[in-house]
Design a protein around this ligand. Structure first.
Ligand SMILES: Nc1ncnc2c1ncn2[C@@H]1O[C@H](COP(=O)(O)OP(=O)(O)OP(=O)(O)O)[C@@H](O)[C@H]1O
Ligand SMILES: [Mg+2]
Length: 261
């Protein structure tokens, strides 16, 4: 299944994507983790050391080409085989995970503002590379650009991370609308950093009102912050924490979904 984790800046996308990838990999699933954020940091939450993370080669955006069919429809195509791409650009992460980092587009000079090439490459890669593994887990860039551009169109399960405050929930609701337009089959909210019953009821009420299906609740987890401070993956630092157990519930729920392809 092609899984993408989206949400507002700082909501916990990278923490949850890295931990979910580790949880699935521990269950003997072959995982391709894709860091689709131009400021990449998924490596650390997967358990790749900072020193190794700094040496990772980004995927060049020009590995993906747009091809037009005789009917005029565009399709993205990798110009190398996926085995080649994963072999050359994939970084080994714990539990057999392969990590691919999109990085900044080559034309991403300050002020140019155009991320088109990079967005196109993420979209192409999600489609093209996923067949070689059981699941892809993509950590998306904050904001809605990837949805507006259709980058996320090929995703099968989208997890929208929301925090218990109004602007985060509002952003979540806008994300749901765009994702519905793209026709993403499995669309879920994940509440993160929930501290108490007041947080829980605020999120549950908002989600019910806006028809956002809540897949799991991740508590505010002090161990996630400690893991970050000591540059360890949450999964390694605190495998039995309530936070990691909540991510295990997400994995259980995803495993129970019927395949869409
Ligand atoms: N459940 C949680 N409990 C406590 N802290 C958390 C939790 N989830 C994430 N955090 C912390 O929140 C901060 C932001 O998390 P993270 O980097 O995963 O968010 P992000 O959505 O990927 O951010 P960005 O938009 O910058 O990429 C980090 O310091 C992380 O350790
Ligand atoms: Mg992030």
């Amino acid at each position: 299944m092609k899984i993408a984790v989206v949400g507002k800046g700082g909501s916990g996308k990278t923490t949850l994507a890295g931990t979910l990838a580790r949880v699935l990999a521990k269950r003997n699933q072959r995982i391709l983790a894709i860091d689709g954020d131009p400021n990449p940091n998924l490596a650390l939450t997967l358990g790749v050391s900072r020193a190794r993370a700094e040496g990772i080669r980004n995927i060049p955006a020009n590995l993906v080409e747009a091809e037009q069919s005789p009917e005029g429809a565009y399709r993205l195509r990798l110009i190398r085989t996926k085995e080649d791409v994963i072999g050359e650009f994939g970084t080994a992460a714990p539990d057999g995970i392969k990590l691919i980092v999109m990085g900044k587009p080559p034309d991403g000079s300050a002020g140019s503002g155009c991320m088109c090439a990079s967005h196109r490459a993420v979209r192409g890669l999600i489609t093209e590379l996923s067949g070689s593994q059981d699941h892809t887990v993509t950590d998306m860039e904050a904001g809605l650009e990837h949805l507006k551009r259709g980058t996320a169109r090929n995703v099968e399960a989208m997890l929208v991370v929301v925090e218990p405050y109004y602007r985060s929930l509002e952003a979540g609701s806008r994300t749901f609308s765009l994702a519905r337009e793209l026709g993403i089959p499995h669309l879920y909210a994940v509440s993160n950093k929930v501290r108490d019953d007041a947080d829980r009821s605020a999120i549950e009420a908002y989600c019910a009102q806006h028809k956002m299906a809540l897949i799991a609740e991740v508590p505010f987890e002090a161990d996630f912050e400690k893991a970050e401070r000591t540059e360890q993956a949450p999964f390694d630092y605190a495998p039995d924490s309530a936070g990691v157990r909540a991510v295990e519930k997400i994995a259980d729920r995803l495993a129970a979904l019927s395949p869409t392809t």
